[in-house]
Write a protein that binds this ligand. Structure first.
Ligand code: PMP
Length: 408
């Protein structure tokens, strides 16, 4: 392979402290490039002040920096305006906000909500709960043999009762990306419903244009795009956000409060009660600055490595693959007769860090007939050598556990 070593690896100082580490858990939480660390450091050492409230220069400057990230995120998602961007603590909080605030406005006992079996719990449970509390029906799209959400199934099931379609643009276990978002958006809009996209995985690998996609809401997290954890974004179309009631009440989100009544600030501030995660937002801005100009090149590079790993594992008779052949940076698998945790622990002995478990996608695990899978996810810093170590480790794990079974 021509590109033997990631041209971005040197940007990630963690690998200078841990040169031995082959880190395959980017989809769970990413590593930080130096530029993000520098931005956090600069804010902490020279710019920290309360946001939106202070009446002095340092506070104005901090607020300006915070709000400039809102504009940056709007541009990153090709949103129409900065006030369509709500800062949250992550994708989970963003999706819960949509379900609790918007969902309760538009869903009732006659409604149908469509999700897929491959959703992360954070794009499953809020809708399951909304269906339970309103009496709406939850329709669950299956996955195809390739691990893709069955979009034809989704299209065929959108009907006059569909109020919400909520799908992962890229799933976190199979790594498949939606291919027909615009068609789904148009279809659901034609029935008076709305499209919510969980972008937690997709946004690292693909240019997201919320207007071209036609989605009504889009959620993602900072820590999966080389930024901090505990910060995320909800994009919402302005005309929807302005109608939505706040879910969390407190400081910073009001117009006026009396002993009997309260009126709330316009969106997006109305959804940002309490002191905000300034460091998270600053780090998110720096992470976007890092990723945006490099994303296409990183994704092309990761696709090459990912398909190498996939092909190599496919040749091992003891390995069953669960991820999509088209997944940009995810390889999910099991070794026959070996629990995923044992494979992960075996790989860890060789400093190859993978994730094993249900990946917050238990409905998918049930559908696949497994309790857990091993998941290796790649990031900008992943090298071909890392991939060779992963492949060798899985091969050795398969041999080791087969031998152990043989002996027992
Ligand atoms: N959706 C998907 C597809 C994810 O991969 C994740 C994170 N594993 C989430 C939602 C939740 O993200 P967070 O934990 O940052 O809220």
């Amino acid at each position: 392979m021509a590109n033997n070593d990631s041209e971005w690896r040197a940007d990630f100082p963690l690998f200078q402290q841990h040169p031995e580490l082959a880190y395959f858990d980017q989809a769970a939480t990413g590593q930080y490039p130096q530029s993000v660390i520098d931005a956090l450091n600069a804010y902490m050492t020279g710019a920290n002040a309360p946001l939106h409230r202070g009446l002095y220069k340092l506070a104005y400057a901090a607020t300006e920096q915070f709000e400039s990230v809102r504009s940056q995120v709007a541009e990153f998602l090709h949103a129409q305006a900065a006030d369509e961007i709500v800062f949250t603590s992550g994708t989970t909080a963003a999706l819960n906000l949509v379900a609790q605030s918007f969902g309760n406005l538009i869903v009732d006992g006659n409604s149908e909500i469509i999700v897929s079996i491959a959703e992360h719990h954070s794009n499953f449970l809020p809708w399951q709960h909304l269906a339970e509390t309103t009496g709406a029906k939850l329709l669950i799209a299956p996955v195809t043999a390739d691990g893709a959400i069955d979009e034809d199934w989704v299209l065929a099931h959108i009907g006059m009762h569909t109020r919400i379609v909520a799908l992962a643009q890229e799933t976190n276990v199979t790594g498949a990306q939606l291919q027909q978002v615009r068609t789904i958006a148009d279809r659901v809009h034609g029935q008076g419903g709305y499209l919510v996209l969980d972008g937690a995985q997709a946004v690292a690998h693909t240019d997201v244009d919320v207007q071209a996609l036609g989605c009504d809401f889009y959620a993602f997290s900072g820590h999966k795009i080389y930024g901090p954890s505990g910060i995320g974004v909800l994009y919402g179309r302005r005309e929807l956000l302005v109608e939505m009631p706040p879910v969390t009440l407190g400081g910073g989100m009001i117009n006026e409060v009396t002993t009997l009544t309260a009126s709330f600030a316009p969106a997006p501030l109305r959804f940002e009660a309490g002191s905000q995660n300034a460091l998270g937002v600053i780090g998110l801005g720096a992470a976007i600055e890092y990723l945006q100009p490099r994303r296409a090149a990183i994704t092309a590079y990761l696709k090459g490595l990912t398909s190498q790993v996939r092909s190599a594992l496919a040749e091992l008779p003891a390995v069953t693959l669960y991820s999509s052949p088209a997944a940009p940076a995810t390889v999910s698998f099991n070794v026959d007769g070996v629990h995923a945790h044992d494979v992960a622990t075996f790989l860890d002995e060789a400093d190859v860090a993978v994730r094993a478990g249900h990946h917050c996608a238990q409905p998918l695990m049930h559908a696949l007939g497994v309790s857990a899978v091993v998941r290796a996810t790649l990031g900008a810093y992943t090298t071909e050598d890392d991939c060779q170590r992963l492949i060798a480790g899985v091969r050795e794990a398969a041999a080791f556990f087969a031998e152990a079974r043989h002996e027992s």
